[in-house]
Design a protein around this ligand. Sequence first.
Ligand code: RIB
Length: 291
Amino acid sequence: MTILNFGSVNIDHVYRVEHLVRPGETIASSDYRQFSGGKGFNQSIALARAGATVSHAGRIGADGVWLREQLAADGADVRFLEVIDSPSGHAIIQVDSAGENSIILFGGANRTFTPEDARAVLANFGPGDWLLLQNEISAMPEILRLAGERGLRIVFNPAPMGPEVLGYPLDGVSIFVLNEVEGEAFTGAREAEAILAGMRQRFPEATVVLTLGAQGAIYDDGSQRIAVPAAKVEVVDTTAAGDTFIGYFLAGLAAGHAPQTALESATQAAALCVTRPGAAPSIPRRAEIDG
Ligand code: RIB
C-alpha cells in the first residue's frame, strides 16, 4: 500500500521578526534563511521519516531540483515529481519572537496541474492506496473526483483554506485533518465541540481529526472520540507542525496502529518540530520519537 501525496513543493524564505508586520509598517528582520517547504513536501518528508511508503506527485522548476533530491534522500518515491519550465512555488514566511508565523504563497509550478495531468498520475494507483491532499496545487476537484473513482482512500488537509474548498467534491473523503480556522470555514462554529458536531453532520461517514495547536488534537470517527494533549515545549518556530502531525498520524494508521497510538506519536513529532527552525528540516525522524 502506497500513500500518494499529490502536493506542493516550495522554497521557503524565512524572516525572523520581533512581531508580524502590520499594514503600512516596515520592519527589519534579524535573520533570513531559506528552507525546503510546502505543505505537500513537508507532509511527504514527515511520512517518509515516520516510515511510511510515500510517493510524492508534484512539480518544481529548475530552481527546485535540490528539493527533489532531499525528498528522495528521505526515501520517498519522486518518480511523479516533475521538473518543468516554470519557477518553483515559494513562500515568504515571517516568524515572530513567539515562534508564530504568517505566510504568503506564490504557487509557481504547483499551480500548473491540469485534469489530464491528474489522470496520468492517478492511473498508477488504485484500491488499497491512499491519496493525501492539501490545498496548494491546481486541479483539486479533478484529483478528488478521479481518486474516488479509482478507489483510493482519500485524506484531505484543507490548508490553506479558501472559499473554493467548499465547492470541492468532498463526499469521498475518508479522513479530514484540519485546524480550528479550517473547521470554522466548514461549519461556521468556533468551539472544538461545535466544529466536530458540524463536520459530523456535513460528512457523516468521515473521520475528523481537529488539531488545536498547544492544546493537542481530537480524533472523532463517529464511534470513537480520542483527545490527545500536546507536550509542553520551548517554541522556536511553529512552521510545519501541522504537516509533521499529519505525516506521523497517517504513517501510524498505515502501519496498522490504533488511532490513539498514531495520535500520540503525531503529537510528539509535532512538539519536537516546533523546537527547531524551518519547515521540512525541522521534521523529526522516527528514532527521535520512539527513543
Ligand atoms: O505548512 C507550512 C508550509 O506552508 C510552509 O513550508 C510553506 O511553504 C507553506 O506551504
